[in-house]
Design a protein around this ligand. Sequence first.
Ligand code: GRF
Length: 217
Amino acid sequence: MSQPASLVVLISGSGSNLQAIIDQCANNSINASICRVISNKTDVKGLARAKDAGIATQVIDHTQYADREAFDAALIEVIDQCNPDLVVLAGFMRILTESFVTHFKGRLINIHPSLLPKYQGLNTHQRAIDAGDSEAGASVHFVTEELDGGPVIAQAKVPVEANDTTETLAKRVLTVEHGIFPAVIGWFADKRLQLDNNQIVFDQKTLSHPINWPFAD
Ligand code: GRF
């Protein structure tokens, strides 16, 4: 097997997606290794998950910086120490500056809990319920300058049930997030996936639409 892809994972909270990535790195389902987990919040569960797995952690508290540019510059400096192949936003609840996105373009991915381009931004589950949608889901996308607007690599759909609340729907969506996110990271690690001219190239072919879960391989 080739050298594992080096990842830096950014979190702000529970880190259940981080856990799915940790587990798949550990059992060699994906050829990747996490260099560092960075959180903008102290004492979140995701930091404990990283520590339990023996992964280096760092808190960079955004409230300690004068503005977004200063915070993102500090973030870039710490991430660059790992020289990662891929920067993974796993529930990282900060809007990133153009300088940050440009610095990591093509090696920066995010998971968003909606079927993009529907429901960019926050409160995705409640918005899907309020709209009477019959399905919801999650999307993994390359990050570009537009918030939640970069090219979508993969999506997973789940049904919206009649009695769903934000909590029940979020839980159902999270279970599929834990499937698609590590899988996409695995493709990137295996060099099957690139961002080229703002388009996704997968297995040497330009994608015209996202890959839908469950994946063929
Ligand atoms: C997920 O729903 C993800 O899509 C969104 O934030 C949530 C993070 O959950 N960006 P967790 O911290 O991975 O449990």
